[in-house]
Design a protein around this ligand. Structure first.
Ligand code: ZN
Length: 163
């Protein structure tokens, strides 16, 4: 069957940046499942996979506006040192994920620790980047009613969404 909204798609992917460095890959692991049309993956990739079938292999180049967005300068700011509790544990380069009150995942990268406080970058680590995906579609099936309700796939016993 073709990939359309409300399908669960299993894919292998390798994500590289503009310099050809591998950022992430599913190779060596199980194929990654996602719910097509469920906002589980970046929109540029979702669009490119629409109507493909199992066995398809494609290269997809996703621009920042269809990926993780552009870098927002206002998201780079200095916060008080005590915002992180024990500052001895904080190192430049560390990344945290936090949930906003609206339930959105926010990324925080520690840029620098100085006398004024801690310089943090709240942009997604891949914001502003052109993303190169090598994709192999492994399997396509219809989503179950429960998966549609949850907005994500349930696979084997590995699903731990907890509801
Ligand atoms: Zn679930």
């Amino acid at each position: 069957m073709k990939i359309t909204d409300n399908c669960v798609v299993f894919m292998h992917y390798t994500l590289t940046d503009e310099e050809g460095q591998t950022i992430d890959s599913s190779l060596g692991n199980e194929a990654l499942p996602y719910l097509h049309g469920g906002n589980n993956i970046v929109t540029g990739l979702e669009k490119a996979l629409t109507n493909l079938i199992a066995g398809a292999k494609v290269t997809v180049v996703v621009q920042p506006e269809d990926g993780y967005g552009h870098v927002v300068p206002e998201a780079i700011q200095t916060i008080p040192k005590d915002a992180f509790g024990d500052e001895d544990d904080i190192q430049p380069g560390m990344q945290f994920q936090a949930q906003s009150p609206e339930g959105q995942v926010q990324y925080v990268t520690i840029k620098e620790i100085n006398d004024d406080g801690i310089l943090v970058d709240g942009n997604h680590p891949l914001a502003g980047k052109v993303l190169n995906f090598e994709i192999e579609v492994v399997d396509v099936r219809e989503a179950t009613a429960e998966e549609l309700e949850h907005g994500h796939p349930h696979v084997g016993d590995t699903d731990s969404c907890g509801h």
